[in-house]
Design a protein around this ligand. Structure first.
Ligand SMILES: *Cc1c(COP(=O)(O)O)cnc(C)c1O
Length: 456
């Protein structure tokens, strides 16, 4: 095999998974339940119904190992799924490593990331239940774009609260959402109580995912025909993303190989859970052990610096309490470019797996991530999203460790999206304008000190 050969593992359409995988079935202890913020008691399904569709509430609490992917969802998935798994031969050569590097490429979806895997499913269930409108928040704009797309496919109105710093940095994202008929509002906005409260304190607020969630939740609570949807963090979202890992397992069979190490970036934990959980489930059922690496930005170090505790998902404290690694719901990270990784919390399932010792969390500053992303792009021909650069740099470091030790490991990482909507970030990097800002230690300590107290 010559080095310039592209090595790509493709599946037939009919080899696409027909079920999602639910890791709750294989964990040694059940997932921690969401709690009512007032009473501290576990929430029943009916208490979540004003907010979410019934089907996703059921999935949220399910302990079934496999859950059917509805036919209409699979019919849309087929537009870009199964997605390709590549062997990064040219990158391996550039790094002069004995490691075998593989990446699963989710940038082939029409929104350019893994997010449509859950947007399509959530929009489908909402429409089945007669919902007319969905509200949500978005950071970098990837989730808003994916939901806008899904909404247009299922005839739903979509209202997106976009974190202001990203709204300003990424005008193309807003244009993309509006092209699909969605409404995109900079958050904090003066259209909600939650937004007005923040603006009264800080008229120049950069916004945060926590604030945008408060606004979207508030809007959904106001109307019967409106539900709120989340693009990450919750169990059902990670469930929908497992199509990524399930396909990867079949593709590794084609490659006649198996990953020793799996790497993914973590914002809310969905692309990570999606690629990791099917392999981790295999390990938990007595199969091969894998080293699992979760990569986060040094500026929003939820898994590496946060506390594992019950906390609110949003700033205005409208959401249930969930047990997760958190930096405190009032923590506002600096405005770095991987907007999708700026959340104060983490998926409860990812937090639990980290607490159980299955996951090694690491963090990187943004400049080394961009350097790694460009090196990857020049070898492999795909320009990663700034979020995905975090996975790229950690996968490259794992490959360089192999070079140092002489070991030949198989490293799989999730290339969760392309960077075509993130060119302003690459322009800043090229112009030397991208810096590694530090978050404020005092801010973080204060946000952590404000965690709600919950009876054990
Ligand atoms: C949204 C997003 C993320 C972060 O979200 P997760 O739920 O952690 O996956 C990472 N990468 C890309 C490309 C995204 O769009």
């Amino acid at each position: 095999m010559s080095v310039s050969d592209t090595v790509k593992y493709t599946l037939e359409e009919n080899e696409m998974p027909k079920q999602w995988y639910n890791i709750a079935a294989d964990l040694p202890e059940p997932p921690t339940p969401p709690l009512h913020p007032g009473t501290g008691q576990p929430l029943g399904p009916e208490e979540l119904e004003p907010l979410f569709s019934r089907a996703v509430i059921e999935q949220e609490m399910s302990s079934e190992r496999y859950i059917d992917i509805p036919r209409p969802v699979r019919d849309i998935y087929r537009q870009w799924r199964p997605s390709p798994l590549y062997r990064a031969r040219r990158l391996e050569q550039a790094l002069d490593t004995p490691a075998r590097i593989y990446y699963k490429y989710e940038g082939v979806s029409p929104a350019g990331s893994h997010k449509p895997n859950t947007a399509i499913a959530q929009a489908f269930y909402a429409r089945e239940e007669g919902v007319k409108r969905l509200t949500t928040e978005t950071g970098a704009g990837q989730w808003g774009s994916s939901l806008a797309l899904a909404g247009s496919m299922f005839g739903l109105d979509i209202e997106v609260y976009m974190v202001r710093v990203s709204f300003n940095q990424k005008p193309y994202r807003r244009a993309f959402m509006e092209s699909f008929g969605a409404t995109c509002i900079a958050s904090p906005s003066d259209g909600t109580d939650a937004g007005r409260a923040i603006l009264a304190e800080d008229p120049d607020s950069r916004g945060s995912l926590g604030i945008a969630i408060s606004e979207a939740v508030e809007r959904a609570m106001q109307r019967e025909d409106t539900k709120y949807v989340l693009g990450s963090v919750l169990n059902h979202v990670l469930l929908h993303q497992t199509v990524v890992g399930l396909e990867s397992m079949r593709q590794f069979e084609l490659a006649d190989d198996y990953p020793d190490t799996i790497v993914a970036c973590t914002g809310g934990g969905s692309n990570f859970g999606g690629i990791v959980f099917p392999f981790l489930g295999e390990q938990l059922r007595g199969g091969e052990k894998v080293d699992i690496v979760a990569v986060e930005p040094a500026n929003c170090p939820t898994l590496t610096r946060g506390k594992y505790a019950y906390d609110f998902g949003d700033t205005a404290h409208l959401t249930p309490l969930v047990k997760m690694h958190t930096l405190g719901s009032n923590f506002v990270p600096p405005g770095f470019h991987a907007g999708g990784l700026r959340y104060h919390g983490m998926a409860p399932l990812v937090s639990q797996c980290t607490d159980l010792g299955y996951v090694k969390p690491v963090s990187y500053d943004q400049k080394v991530c961009f350097e790694a992303g460009l090196r990857f792009a020049r070898a492999e021909g795909i320009l990663p999203a700034p979020e995905a650069n975090h996975a790229v740099v950690a996968a490259m470091d794992a490959a360089l460790e192999c070079k140092a030790s002489g070991e030949s490991k198989a490293i799989l990482f999730n290339l969760c999206g392309h960077g075509h909507f993130d060119m302003p970030a690459y322009m800043d990097f090229a112009a030397g304008k991208l810096h590694d800002q530090q978050y404020d230690e005092a801010d973080m300590a204060m946000a952590l000190a404000g965690l709600p107290t919950v009876e054990a």
